[in-house]
Design a protein around this ligand. Structure first.
Ligand code: PFF
Length: 468
């Protein structure tokens, strides 16, 4: 069974894989837009504060739970609570959440593939038309792309931890960083780009209110892939020789740097398109922004570099987003797979096969939710709005539940496993943790302020989405 579980080859392997999971649509699109709407650098400062004081400790707690038990989330909660049924339930929530997130993230990734294909056959102008997105998401041919994507993802996962997940991250993460730097350098040469930079980097504290603070924490939590069971599982593949605090810090720095760079790309691009952009008018949804707004921005670059040049820039950007989405997708689908391997004692091959079947079963209706099937498109309604099956999954598992899972992790580590248990794992591979300021902070905050803050964010999100 140990062989089926696998392990990362080194600390760097772990860091790249965890960063591969963390860097996704959240960094490349959601963060730049949130920052620009909410006071630029003022938002960034609040965001950094949450990364350091709330997210970093939760991150270490998740990794420690996994490494200590060498188990998936269900197993980890169960082993550390001596088989408590109630805590096992918390573990199940940490499996159900990634399972469902994978469903709609798969659909978004399929759209990315379609966009890359359209751009490469000269369709940038077509994509920048307002009605294109709703036409693309209702194409029955999406199923062909869906099957191809699932085949690639599950092929990678069949390779296991070292030869599948880690190898993918080793190739894609440096490529992604390079593409991001090159694209940013290009966009900064455009006329009016500097207006975007000023907008992004000059703090405007007058825009900061409670809902901005709430949004910054949710975004930070989401961006680090917390509350998704991912770091518990990745922790279970992490060597006892290496330091959790140090590695978690590297992942947080890498993730935050990429988000920051994405801001330097997106904001100047938007301002180069229209120097009088009112960022309040930008869509709040990442999906609206990537698929409907950005193609227009890229098309406008034809004035500077011609249609082919603009198409190349767009293709590079969408490929970059696709790489980020692919590494995140692979990470999240691994969570239920590790559960099937540990808890059902399946071989990796069987676990991957079972998960492929289950995911397809849910991804098909999610794909049909944007026009292909009327039933799934008008699936339900709440908060005064009609909602599709896709919306439902996204609202419940992507937008709402993560801080709650984070809350259960904190309460569990502080009061069931106890800070002494957590500490005994965090000192393994790290001789500087014991007695450090970090240790004192975690001992105090993990059972007090951190869970309280997460609970407040969870409750306020529930009110916003479901009772607006
Ligand atoms: N950290 C990812 C991001 O910022 O986009 C969040 C994520 C989403 C991870 C979906 C994995 C995933 F499948």
């Amino acid at each position: 069974m140990e062989q089926e579980r696998g392990q990362f080859s080194s600390k760097v392997g772990f860091i790249l894989a965890a960063a591969g999971s963390a860097v996704g649509l959240g960094n490349l699109v959601a963060f730049p837009v949130m920052a620009s709407k909410n006071g630029g650098a003022a938002f960034l400062i609040i965001y950094l504060f949450f990364i350091a004081l709330i997210c970093y400790p939760v991150m270490m707690a998740e990794i420690a739970m996994g490494r200590n038990t060498t188990r998936n989330p269900v197993g980890a909660f169960s082993v550390l609570s001596d088989g408590s049924k109630r805590w096992r339930l918390a573990g199940m929530l940490a499996i159900l959440t990634p399972f469902m997130i994978a469903v709609f993230y798969t659909v978004i990734t399929v759209w990315l593939v379609v966009y890359i294909k359209e751009i490469s056959i000269g369709g940038l102008e077509y994509l920048s038309d307002e009605n294109t997105f709703s036409e693309v998401v209702a194409r029955p041919s999406l199923f062909v792309y869906l099957l191809c994507l699932l085949a690639i993802v599950f092929f990678i996962l069949l390779g296991g931890v070292k030869d599948g997940i880690e190898r993918l991250a080793r190739i894609l993460m440096p490529t992604l960083a390079l593409m991001l730097v090159l694209l940013t350098a290009f966009v900064l040469t455009l006329e009016n780009a500097s207006a975007g930079i000023s907008y992004y980097l000059i703090p405007d504290f007058s825009k900061v209110n409670l809902s901005v603070i709430n949004g910054a924490l949710s975004q930070a939590f989401f961006s680090l892939s917390l509350g998704m069971g991912i770091l518990i599982t990745y922790g279970s593949y992490f060597s006892k020789q290496d330091s959790i605090p140090q590695s978690a810090r590297m992942v947080a720095v890498a993730d935050t740097s990429i988000a920051f760079f994405a801001g330097l790309l997106i904001l100047p691009a938007i301002f180069a398109f229209d120097p009088n952009t009112n960022t309040d008018d930008l869509s709040t949804s990442s999906i609206g922004l990537i698929f409907s707004f950005l193609p227009k921005i890229f098309l406008s670059m034809q004035a500077a570099v011609g249609y082919v040049g603009a198409s190349i820039v767009a293709a590079v950007f969408f490929t970059l987003v696709f790489f980020a989405a692919l590494t995140s997708l692979v990470s999240i689908i691994e969570i239920p797979i590790s559960c099937w391997i540990d808890e059902l004692k399946l071989s990796r091959k069987k676990a991957v096969g079972m998960q492929a079947l289950l995911l397809t079963l849910f991804a098909v209706p999610a794909t049909m939710s944007l026009g292909i099937s009327d039933f799934f498109t008008n699936f339900t309604s709440y908060g005064g709005l009609p909602k599709s099956f896709f919306d439902l999954v996204s609202d419940v598992f992507y937008e709402t539940i993560l801080p709650f899972v984070g809350f259960t992790v904190c309460i569990f580590c502080a009061y069931r496993w106890k800070v002494s248990g957590l500490k005994s794992e965090l000192v393994v591979g790290d001789d500087r943790y014991e007695g450090s300021m970090l240790e004192k902070y975690i001992n105090f905050a993990l059972g007090t302020i951190i869970p309280v803050v997460l609970l407040v964010v969870f409750i306020s999100t529930v009110f916003q989405i479901y009772f607006a």
